[in-house]
Design a protein around this ligand. Structure first.
Ligand code: SF4
Length: 365
């Protein structure tokens, strides 16, 4: 009641009414939300949107991350994970090593393996196909979610095939989903500063569009808190919302804040906790055709991810087991969580924990 009165007095009251009535908000309204300092009202509007879609439930997944190699031909400014072959901190896993790690995790109940790596200059296309096949042979029910759009284009270059042909070959080998990484911010101005040579926004969107038309699902991301403007964040969300209207293939949205500490952009002040919460809440309000918004605890820390459950978030991602990308950039929030820790965090936030699969369907433990 008190909150309702506060929202009524807020400059954002009309947006609360829109969300409660199930009306879509405009790009201009999205920018108003980003610019507003009324974090209480933003949180309350996002919470109304969240509860309309997902009630009081909050999900998590038992998953494991696996990076096959960090050797990469590109040199994205925000990335500390990618290394050149000559660098000291490189690694490259054999398929047998990957299978062995996942074999152990299956005993712990893991249902999904999430695989990404650098754009390796010399691994053959067959390595990637055999990797997927070997993991599916281990357990046909294991959901293999692998590769960002830029990796798919790299594999197309390696295999001398088109992007759709590569996706079809990987799907036939057992690939279940592609990951949402590499979207960064879609604006070409930002991409020219951060990751020259990486795929364009149009290519990223086209890869996901193609995958969705083949019947596949994927997640989507946004890397924020570096050189982008608020208008560029709105533009990013707009393009995702438009593609989702077209294909309905995104399972969820996972915003990632930039960790500058050990990167070439270490002079940039990282996003604050309030910025993280605002960004999640704005996404929940604007992306009305997305069922799920994830509070990625690796980036937020579990405590802020817990708070985000009242700012539009309905999913805390997963156990993860072995995260390298944020860790190598200077992230300090650990590499794994247990099921018990995730469930406790959700319960303490007043929500009902639900273990989910990769398509966000509940799993009965
Ligand atoms: S972000 Fe990806 S493509 Fe860019 S340098 Fe890092 S590993 Fe390579």
């Amino acid at each position: 009641m008190v909150l309702e009165k506060l929202i009524r007095r807020s400059e954002l009251a009309d947006l609360y009414d829109s969300v409660v009535a199930g009306r879509r908000i405009s790009d201009g309204d999205c920018l108003r939300l980003y610019r507003s300092r009324d974090i209480t009202a933003i949180g309350a509007i996002a919470n109304a949107a969240r509860e309309r879609k997902n009630g009081n439930r909050a999900s998590y997944i038992l998953n494991r991350y696996l990076n096959y190699s960090n050797i990469c031909i590109l040199d994205c400014q925000f990335c500390e994970f990618g290394k050149k072959k000559r660098d000291a901190e490189t690694f490259e896993l054999t398929i047998e090593q990957m299978v062995e790690r996942v074999r152990n995790d299956l005993r712990l109940g893991v249902t999904e393996v999430h695989i990404v790596g650098g754009l390796h200059p010399s691994l053959r296309f067959g390595y990637y196909v055999d990797m997927i096949k070997a993991l599916k042979t281990l357990d046909a029910n294991l959901h293999v979610k692998a590769f960002t759009a830029v990796e798919i284009y790299h594999l197309a270059w390696l295999a001398k095939q088109t992007m759709p042909e590569v996706l079809a070959t990987l799907r036939d080998a057992g690939l279940d989903s592609i990951t949402g990484g590499g979207a960064e911010i879609f604006s070409q101005r930002v991409r020219d500063i951060l990751c020259k040579g990486k795929e364009t926004a149009e290519q990223w969107l086209d890869c996901h569009r193609t995958w969705h038309r083949m019947g596949g699902r994927s997640t989507s991301t946004m890397l924020y808190g570096h050189v982008e403007t608020l208008e560029e964040r709105v533009d990013h969300l707009r393009r995702l919302r438009e593609l989702q209207d077209e294909t309905h293939g995104f399972t969820g949205f996972v915003p990632l804040h930039f960790v500058p500490d050990k990167t070439e952009l270490s002079h940039i002040r990282p996003a604050s906790g309030l910025d993280d919460l605002r960004n999640l809440a704005v996404a929940r309000i604007y992306l009305d055709n997305f069922d799920h918004i994830t509070g990625y605890w690796i980036a937020l820390g579990l405590k802020l991810a817990q708070v985000s459950l009242s700012f539009g978030v309905d999913d805390l991602h997963g156990t993860i087991m072995e995260e390298k990308i944020f860790q190598m950039a200077g992230g300090a929030d650990g590499q794994q969580q247990t099921r018990e820790d995730l469930e406790r965090a959700i319960r303490e936030a007043g929500r009902i924990p639900i273990q989910r699969d990769s398509l966000y369907r509940p799993i009965q433990p």
